[in-house]
Design a protein around this ligand. Structure first.
Ligand SMILES: [Zn+2]
Length: 404
């Protein structure tokens, strides 16, 4: 396949503006899919961050959560709420709050990372040992590796097979155990920029699940491509092979009466505070190796050996990697200034995640040459990279307002 004929399966690509614009308050650009800006040039996530501090009546929302919990609370000691997570700071915070503050009986569920990091595995065990039941879902490794390889190349995001399962696993468990309430952590589209459709809503309806998980059908696209490329054999792809990568059919969900809510609707979402909380109550610890590759933080997203590749691919496609994401969040919560954030982006965003890369090449069994070939294909169709004297140069970085 020549570079010119390269076509990604990432459908978001068609809607990304050619002209790159950065938020005036943080370091996100309009290359992040679905992010919108107001007339002052402020991104939707920054506007929401301000509203969280000034407009939202959090006491009222907490009251709503109490009513919700009262409605679904079990009277006989059975599990009454599914909390998906990894034992990381955010899900640990949510599960602990629901159990001890709202007196619910959570059944926690983890869709396994590609491979646990040492600290990720330790944190999950500490979390379970602090008083939680957890169901760990591990998909067929052979199939998972093949899907990952396809997603890396065709979607520009090796991480996607994890994302499919992460969403679906909670629904499968809720349906099997007849639990009607599922509590996710944050509404990512709202917190990090994206669709504002659910801005003032506590939950997503089943009609959206159909829209998101079936019409998009990204997992089916990958399977079909895998068959085409003979990565999957016909014998491997049976009707039920990929069941856990897709949520139960919307009709089944509607019939079961299950509801999926976001904790970030009811409680002001501040990742740094979740960290302090999880440190205190569920034994969560930061990475003893120090900061994660590609960023300056050491407590964000520590569980998976493949995370670095996910963020590096985002850097190749949109010009924003792991450090950019961490800086965006920290600026919005007032932990750092915009200029400090820009300095951190300049310093860490382009760092090659060497440890994760070594793991990844081995995991999907490709050469490093092939890895860079795919990365370059995405740089070529991106709006942020330029080739200068045979070398790729990042053409767009947010500009500082002072000489920090
Ligand atoms: Zn912003």
């Amino acid at each position: 396949m020549s570079n010119n004929s390269f076509k990604t399966l990432d459908k978001q690509w068609d809607y990304i503006p050619k002209e790159v614009i950065f938020c005036k308050n943080c370091v996100v650009s309009n290359q992040r899919p679905r992010t919108t800006f107001n007339s002052d040039g402020i991104c939707s996530a920054c506007q929401w961050a301000l509203e969280k501090d000034t407009k939202i009546d959090w006491e009222k929302r907490e009251h709503e959560l109490q009513i919700l919990c009262d409605k679904f609370r079990s009277r006989n000691g059975s599990f009454d709420i599914v909390v998906p997570g990894s034992g990381g700071k955010d899900s640990a915070f949510v599960a602990h709050q629901l159990k001890y503050r709202y007196k619910m009986n959570p059944l926690c569920v983890t869709w396994s990372p590609f491979e646990f990091t040492e600290i990720g595995w330790k944190n999950l065990n500490e979390f379970v040992n602090s008083g939680f039941t957890n169901i760990l879902g591990q998909p067929d490794g052979k199939i998972h590796k093949k899907l990952t390889k396809l997603a890396f190349e065709l979607k520009g995001d090796a991480w996607e097979p994890f994302a499919y399962g992460q969403k679906a696993w909670a629904f499968h468990i809720a349906t099997k155990f007849n639990i009607k309430l599922i509590m996710y952590g944050e509404n990512g589209e709202l917190e990090y920029g994206g669709s504002e459709k659910y801005k003032n809503l506590c939950k997503e309806g089943p009609e959206e699940w159909e829209h998101e998980y079936y019409k998009g059908a990204s997992v089916d696209d990958l399977i079909n491509k895998g068959l085409e490329k003979k990565i999957f054999s016909k014998e491997e792809v049976k009707e039920k092979t990929f069941e856990l990568y897709k949520p139960p059919h919307p009709e089944e969900i509607l019939k079961s009466g299950a509801e999926m809510h976001w904790y970030s609707y009811y409680n002001k979402w501040t990742p740094q505070e979740n960290y302090y909380y999880a440190y205190k109550y569920t034994g969560f610890r930061t990475n003893p190796r120090g900061r994660s590759e590609g960023t300056y933080t050491k407590y964000v997203s520590l569980d998976d050996k493949l995370d670095g590749i996910h963020w590096y691919q985002s850097y190749a496609k949109f010009g924003m990697g792991r450090s950019s994401r961490d800086a965006q969040t920290d600026i919005r919560r007032g932990h750092i200034t915009r200029d400090e954030g820009i300095a951190l982006v300049e310093k860490y965003d382009g760092e090659i995640p060497k440890r994760d890369l070594k793991f990844f090449l081995n995991y999907v069994d490709i050469s490093e040459e092939k890895f860079w070939d795919v990365i370059d294909k995405y740089r070529e169709i991106s709006n942020v990279w330029k080739k200068v004297n045979g070398k790729w140069v990042m053409n767009y970085l947010p500009k500082r307002t002072s000489n920090f």
